[in-house]
Design a protein around this ligand. Structure first.
Ligand code: NAD
Ligand code: ZN
Length: 347
């Protein structure tokens, strides 16, 4: 057992497949034989730009953070896991001691170590070690692909919780990428009655329709007034109770704020330019709450239960493609096309 082929980003557009030593599970850790890793927009962004904001790839870094695998070895003091268990890995390990960690909002921990966020290596390799308390056993009927999808699904679950999504609501989702579609599926599973999804890309909108969007809107060439008419008409004349912004694009943030009903909630999931102009008086005078989202906390168990129960059937509803680790470069090229929602790499 010496093969630990790893997908390493050296800098802009410089992905290399190289051998790294197989790590040893330390105390409270598991050694995982990685099986499935989903490619996320952030992996692609690091690949194309060598950085996301202040996170700059200065040393070669293993990519990947949406991952599931099989326990290969169990470290000292670990309880509740055995060799052979199938697990999903929650990629961020917080400090466990700061004020945020202590109240359970560990996604806000300033000392978070997160797979494939420089300088921390990711999980796109044959083997990786991970703290056992951030590994979650997969129920028997949950596949390794679904285990990997728990990561972006957790973003959607956290966003729906922050949006106070409730039974019977009307929800606007801007952006039909993986995050927008997972928000769609999660909001539907939470019992909303109608979801409108907007995007610029007809192909993406068709995938949203396939995933169960009640109405799709291509925003290209439309004014905010056009969108108001089209969206409210799709909701039977009503404004949405909540908007989930999944593009980071200024026009979409503006649409989300101006179309959400008075007293409703806008969650800003998309991360675009660091400063944009928004209709702030509109939000203030109509008491539209604008809420940020940063990853998730305490969502993996819910994600797994929703998948196991059949309330979320991600592999049926999302369009996916599969590659082997040896073809990681091809997989990253495919992930830049809009024709699939999730590209999986099998390690
Ligand atoms: P994606 O790029 O695959 O999807 C974005 C979609 O928005 C695309 O389909 C694109 O066509 C559409 N879009 C872009 N500009 C638009 C515009 N002006 N009008 C309408 N549609 C437009 O990205 P994704 O993986 O689905 O992620 C969505 C966003 O969420 C990204 O900005 C990502 O950085 C962010 N994100 C945030 C968190 C968090 O913790 N806050 C976590 C994960 C992802
Ligand atoms: Zn902390």
């Amino acid at each position: 057992m010496t093969d630990n082929l790893s997908c390493i980003l050296y800098g802009k557009n410089d992905i290399r497949l190289e051998q790294r030593p197989i790590p040893k599970a330390g105390p409270n850790q598991l050694l995982i034989r990685v099986k499935t890793v989903g490619i996320c927009g952030s992996d692609v962004h690091y690949c194309l730009h060598g950085a996301i904001g202040n996170f700059i790839v200065k040393e070669p870094m293993v990519l990947g953070h949406e991952s599931a695998g099989i326990v290969e070895a169990v470290g000292e003091n670990v309880r509740g896991f055995s060799v052979g268990d199938r697990v999903a890995m929650e990629p961020g390990i917080p400090c466990r001691g700061c004020q945020h960690c202590k109240i359970g909002s560990y996604n806000l921990c300033p000392d978070m170590r997160f797979f494939a966020t420089p300088p921390v290596d990711g999980s796109l390799a044959r083997y990786v070690t991970h703290d056992a308390d951030f590994c979650f056993k997969l129920p028997e009927n949950v596949s390794l692909e679904e285990g990997a999808l728990c990561e972006p699904l957790s973003v959607a679950i956290h966003a729906c919780r922050r949006a106070h999504i409730q039974i019977g609501q009307n929800v606007l989702i801007t952006g039909a990428g993986p995050i927008g579609l997972l928000c769609l599926l999660t909001a539907k599973a939470m019992g909303v009655s109608s979801v409108v999804v907007t995007d610029l890309d007809d192909g993406r909108l068709a995938l949203a329709k396939k995933a169960g969007a009640d109405h799709i809107v291509n925003v290209r060439g439309k004014s905010q007034d056009d969108l108001r008419r089209e969206v409210t008409s799709a909701f039977g004349g009503l404004m949405p109770d909540a908007a989930m912004e999944c593009t980071g694009a200024q026009p979409c943030v503006e649409t989300a704020i101006t179309l959400t009903k008075s007293g409703g909630i806008v969650v800003l999931i998309g991360l675009g330019a660091s400063r944009i102009e928004i209709p702030i008086i509109e939000a203030s005078t109509r008491e539209v709450d604008i809420r940020g989202i940063f990853r998730y906390a305490n969502c993996y168990p819910t994600a797994l239960q929703m998948i196991a129960s059949g309330k979320l059937n991600l592999l049926r509803d999302l369009t996916t493609a599969d590659y082997q680790l040896e073809d990681a470069v091809k997989a990253f090229e495919r992930a830049q096309k809009a024709d699939v929602i999730k590209v999986f790499i099998h390690c």
